[in-house]
Design a protein around this ligand. Structure first.
Ligand code: ADE
Ligand code: ZN
Length: 326
């Protein structure tokens, strides 16, 4: 359709992308082979068939298992560069990518192997594809705050190349309050702050992310829509929400894309962006997310333009950098 073609060519920023979640099954086999790692699947088809999730934890179990094929700096470089090639094909001009260092350091892969590989892939993407990017270190919320402090310490030599910190993994039972001290430290160090909130967790977790973590940007935020005062506050504070429609569908955060909260979020003046989260696991990159949602809920061209503009406005870039990317 016309709108699909318009979406394809529209310059956009992607603000919610877990680089480990861009590991395509074909790459999983290639990395497993070159690293001599065995995986519990016989074929790419078998892997894809396993990607039927009924909630966030179902997905996380298979996502952390998949990450085990990533061993060398070259693996992290190749993973990142392959993502940027797909992003460039979707007219993504700028991406702010999450990584989960604890998933790797807890398997004995040094922090620097992960960070140097990703940073090399990012530098190559800027030089060869014209896609700029920033790196965001996520703390795994199912682990304790001391582990997050250890990770921040391990990251110290790289912090001039890391724009901020995030909070991901199993949400329910691991409220933002658990990480209040480490987020305060990160803020003192000059890092930007974001957190997954209201994906499966209640509106109270969204409030904690705002009041206790003092985040600059919110990942997902869906369940904010259950709380009128919270909606008004997010609008007043111009909080950017990094919403991920195909992720929400695959993780059963919504049962049908037709029921997705984005139209209501836009009506209420929230600063919505659309993103792919873990595209290799959820069946689509950023344009697939724009298109599937636009078709399901009937977004207009103006809605789509607004969302793309929000993606640059919500980026951790200076005003001059934002203008240059548009
Ligand atoms: N890690 C990767 N994707 C995630 C998501 N959608 N929610 C929480 N943690 C994640
Ligand atoms: Zn996410």
């Amino acid at each position: 359709t016309d709108l699909n073609a318009f979406i394809s060519g529209l310059p956009k920023a992607e603000l919610h992308l877990h680089i480990e979640g861009s590991l395509e099954p074909e790459q999983m086999f290639a990395f497993a082979k070159r690293n001599g790692v065995s995986i519990p699947f016989a074929s790419v088809e078998e892997v894809r068939a396993a990607y039927a999730f009924s909630n966030l934890q179902d997905f996380l179990d298979i996502y952390y298992a998949g990450a085990d094929v990533l061993r060398t700096e070259a693996d992290f470089h190749d993973l990142a560069f392959a993502y940027f090639q797909r992003a460039a094909a979707d007219s993504v001009r700028h991406a702010e990518i999450f990584f989960d260092p604890q998933t790797h350091t807890d398997r004995g892969i040094p922090f620097g192997v992960v960070a140097d590989g990703l940073l090399a892939g990012m530098a190559r993407a800027e030089a060869e594809l014209g896609v700029t990017s920033k790196l965001i270190l996520c703390f795994l919320r199912h682990l304790d705050e001391d582990a997050a402090f250890d990770t921040l310490k391990a990251a110290e030599p790289w912090l001039d190349r890391i724009v901020g910190v995030g909070l991901d993994s199993s949400e329910v039972g691991h409220p933002p309050s658990k990480f209040q001290r480490v987020f305060a430290r990160a803020r003192d160090m000059g890092l930007k702050l974001c957190a997954h909130a209201g994906e499966e967790g209640p509106p109270e977790y969204v409030r904690e992310a705002l009041d206790l973590l003092r985040i600059d940007r919110m990942d997902h935020g869906n369940r904010s829509m259950e709380d009128e005062a919270l909606i008004a506050r997010l609008a007043a504070e111009r909080m950017t929400l990094t919403v991920c429609p195909l992720s929400n569908l695959k993780l059963c955060v919504v049962t049908d894309l037709k029921d997705h909260p984005v139209p209501e979020m836009l009506r209420r003046g929230l600063h919505v962006t659309l993103n792919s989260d873990d595209p290799a696991y959820f069946g689509g990159y950023v344009n697939d997310n724009y298109r599937a949602l636009a078709e399901a809920v009937g977004l207009s061209r103006e809605d789509v333009v607004r969302v793309a503009r929000n993606s640059f406005e919500g980026a951790f870039l200076s005003d001059a950098e934002k203008a240059a990317r548009l």
